[in-house]
Design a protein around this ligand. Structure first.
Ligand SMILES: CC(C)(COP(=O)(O)OP(=O)(O)OC[C@H]1O[C@@H](n2cnc3c(N)ncnc32)[C@H](O)[C@@H]1O)[C@@H](O)C(=O)NCCC(=O)NCCS
Ligand SMILES: Nc1ncnc2c1ncn2[C@@H]1O[C@H](COP(=O)(O)OP(=O)(O)OP(=O)(O)O)[C@@H](O)[C@H]1O
Length: 266
């Protein structure tokens, strides 16, 4: 089943009874970690707790869909060899290229970053307009893309290096070399851990993770996420249509514009 970019019921219950005009501002919770450390597994736990999650990997996939702006730029830069017979990008092939060559990876990142950030901001605005007050942003490259400045708290899903390698090879059915290339393409998980507000150790079983999440962390997340929420008087003044029109008129978002909008709502 295709994953949707945003899932979960949201958390309007947290602000029940408050007038939107005087109601709390929005809080963005950062969820990140290393490749295959378990972010998607943790994000599904948030969703089960009716907290909305914006999934950057899904937005990044949309940014490479056939004939999209990102697709055109990437095909122009990497050439038609990265395409399948049906014209879609061969993700495995492109992955092999960029995960074994840092300069090509930087090129791909540079080409797609504007589309990915505008996609993320659009999802945030949609949820904000609907009155959601706490959103989890599941962004593998949260620190690398410097999006951590918008999120508080930052949750890092950590695993020990050996477990990470094993899980990645198993999930992607990949060789050790391919898996190590992918791991080394990201900021080290130890460094991410050192910059986290909350660390989830996912080295144990799924059951361990589930128990830790529900018994200990869940109340803490909700507490941290709701502390400090303030009023947002612009909430009724900006409609989704205006925001969408504005973003699409930019084509790809300019980060100053994103800063401006986020300054209004955060
Ligand atoms: C290279 C691509 C085509 C490979 O596709 P594939 O289906 O094999 O992998 P998928 O997209 O599911 O990504 C799996 C994981 O790889 C890691 N990853 C993806 N892109 C990157 C990158 N540019 N640098 C480091 N790690 C990355 C993330 O942890 C991600 O969760 C694809 O990852 C891509 O387009 N990457 C660039 C866009 C991007 O930065 N995505 C991350 C979202 S913040
Ligand atoms: N505690 C666990 N025990 C065993 N397997 C696990 C555990 N947590 C996650 N996994 C498995 O490890 C793999 C990686 O997990 P997941 O897909 O959640 O990682 P991710 O951080 O979202 O990865 P990516 O960066 O590629 O998006 C998956 O196959 C998942 O089913």
């Amino acid at each position: 089943m295709a994953r949707s970019k945003v899932s979960g019921e949201g958390n309007r219950g947290l602000v029940k009874g408050k007038d939107l005009k005087q109601g709390p501002k929005m809080r963005l919770v950062g969820l990140t970690g290393g490749i295959a450390s378990g972010k998607s597994t943790v994000s599904s736990m948030f969703k089960h707790n009716h907290i909305s999650v914006v999934d950057a990997d899904i937005i990044a996939r949309d940014a490479l869909k056939k004939n999209s702006g990102g697709y055109k730029k990437v095909v122009a830069a990497f050439g038609p060899d990265i395409l399948q017979d049906d014209g879609q990008v061969d993700r495995l092939k492109l992955g092999r290229i960029v995960f074994s060559d840092a300069s090509k990876r930087q090129l791909l990142n540079r080409l797609l970053a504007p589309y990915i950030s505008s996609g993320i901001f659009l999802e945030i605005f949609k949820l904000w307009i609907k009155g959601h007050k706490v959103i989890v942003l599941d962004i593998p490259l949260l620190f690398e893309a410097k999006m951590d400045k918008w999120t508080k708290p930052i949750v890092v899903v950590w695993v020990d290096p050996e477990t990470q390698l094993q899980r990645l090879m198993e999930r992607d059915n990949s060789t050790e070399e391919d898996a190590r290339n992918r791991i080394n393409a990201q900021m080290s998980l130890e460094l991410k851990k050192s910059q986290a507000d909350i660390v989830i150790d996912n080295t144990g079983s799924r059951q361990d993770l589930q128990e830790r999440f529900s018994e200990d962390h869940r109340s803490r997340y909700l507490f941290v996420a709701t502390v400090g929420l303030l009023s947002s008087h612009q909430a009724e003044e900006i409609s989704l249509i205006v925001v969408e029109k504005y973003l699409s008129s930019l084509g790809s978002i300019n980060l100053l514009a994103a800063d401006y909008f986020l300054g209004l709502i955060l």
